[in-house]
Design a protein around this ligand. Structure first.
Ligand SMILES: [Zn+2]
Length: 130
């Protein structure tokens, strides 16, 4: 069976999004829950998500393997440490979209629009969390 490695990254266009209320460990958990629900648990619900330092200028990076029959496995998402909560969640939501097979959108209102220009509406609640 042939297996291929796939990668995708996302940029951000607004300094205000980067500097807003800083993300915590809880932000990652909440964001993962929102993303898994939105995209129906890609990678059979097994995604490794962590803060890190994706190569500049990316704020998020995802990598997965795909089998010849299209099954995704060993799915990993890295979000740049130190982003605001809303942006962290939006990056997770975007990268999960790739894991669910979505490509970039030309619609600026879509979370799959890249570069990201605003916090996704599904992520607004992580701004209020403690
Ligand atoms: Zn992307």
């Amino acid at each position: 069976m042939r297996h291929s490695a796939m990668r995708a990254g996302v940029l951000v266009m607004s300094a205000a999004l980067v500097l807003a209320a800083p993300a915590t460990a809880g932000t990652l958990i909440s964001s993962q829950r929102i993303a898994a629900r939105t995209w129906h648990n890609p990678c059979d619900g097994r995604v490794t998500l962590r803060y890190g330092s994706p190569p500049a200028p990316y704020v998020g990076l995802t990598r997965w393997w795909i089998t010849a029959n299209g099954r995704r496995y060993d799915c990993r998402v890295v979000v740049r440490r130190g982003l605001g909560r809303g942006l962290t969640c939006t990056v997770v939501l975007h990268e999960y979209g790739h894991l669910a097979g979505r490509k970039h959108s030309i619609n600026p209102n879509s979370v799959m629009y890249a570069p990201l220009t605003r916090v996704d509406h599904r992520c607004l609640r992580v701004l209020k969390a403690r």
